[in-house]
Design a protein around this ligand. Structure first.
Ligand SMILES: C[S@@+](CC[C@H](N)C(=O)[O-])C[C@H]1O[C@@H](n2cnc3c(N)ncnc32)[C@H](O)[C@@H]1O
Length: 192
């Protein structure tokens, strides 16, 4: 059953993203930082978050790496996935046309500091990391359960400094001041 819940969450994520992907296709890009590293990170995410878990859900190929967790762990995973999906939707809605799957800025790019961006600078990555934790709790398999979390952590640590540098280059002091009042994925007032 937890496999079905996981798969439903994955489909929901794609449905949430679809209209934003369509909308941003018409954006005129003025700064693109899609390097080899960026292409590697996007591929790693697709393999870790999509390909491996789907192989696990639809074939028995990875069942040798199964382990047991009590069912309450799966239910905690369900709570994590619901919160992750909400935050994933909310951050897309707040960024609107300024969202893009990679590191780039559009003509007329606006710095968003309201909605969930008022509290943290990377709510979408926070949602993805939460989804990664949910997956560990929903898919009880050393490979399929942990591959998304691992790929998300690599993406988070390698991409965020480069994304923040791009935003600093574009928005200068405005972004600097935004950084001083927000946390990356945890709101400042919780840790300061
Ligand atoms: C995949 S989105 C992720 C956004 C953000 N890092 C997050 O986790 O919610 C990456 C793109 O969003 C845009 N972006 C990131 N933060 C932004 C902000 N505060 N306002 C406007 N655009 C932003 C940049 O163009 C960046 O290339």
């Amino acid at each position: 059953m937890f496999k079905i819940i996981y798969f439903t969450g994955l489909v929901t994520m794609s449905i949430i993203r679809a209209p934003f992907s369509r909308q941003t296709k018409t954006n005129q890009i003025v700064d693109s930082r899609k390097t080899i590293l960026e292409i590697f990170l996007l591929s790693l995410m697709s393999v870790g978050m999509l390909v491996i878990p789907l192989i696990y859900v639809f074939t028995p190929l990875l069942s040798f790496a199964d382990y047991q967790l009590p069912s309450w762990a799966g239910w905690i995973g369900v709570v994590f996935s619901v919160v992750a999906l909400w935050l994933f939707w909310r951050s897309h809605a707040d960024l609107g046309r300024n969202w893009s799957p990679t590191l780039e800025l559009r003509k007329g790019h606006q710095l968003i500091t309201s909605g969930v961006y008022k509290y943290v600078r990377h709510p979408m990555y926070a949602a993805s990391l939460m989804w990664g934790v949910a997956q560990v709790l929903l898919l009880h398999n050393w490979i399929a359960g942990w591959s998304p979390f691992l790929s998300l952590m690599i993406m988070y640590f390698l991409r965020v400094p480069r994304e923040e540098q791009m935003m600093l280059d574009q928005f200068g002091e405005e972004y600097q001041s935004y950084m001083s009042r927000t946390g990356r994925i945890i709101p400042r007032r919780f840790w300061k």
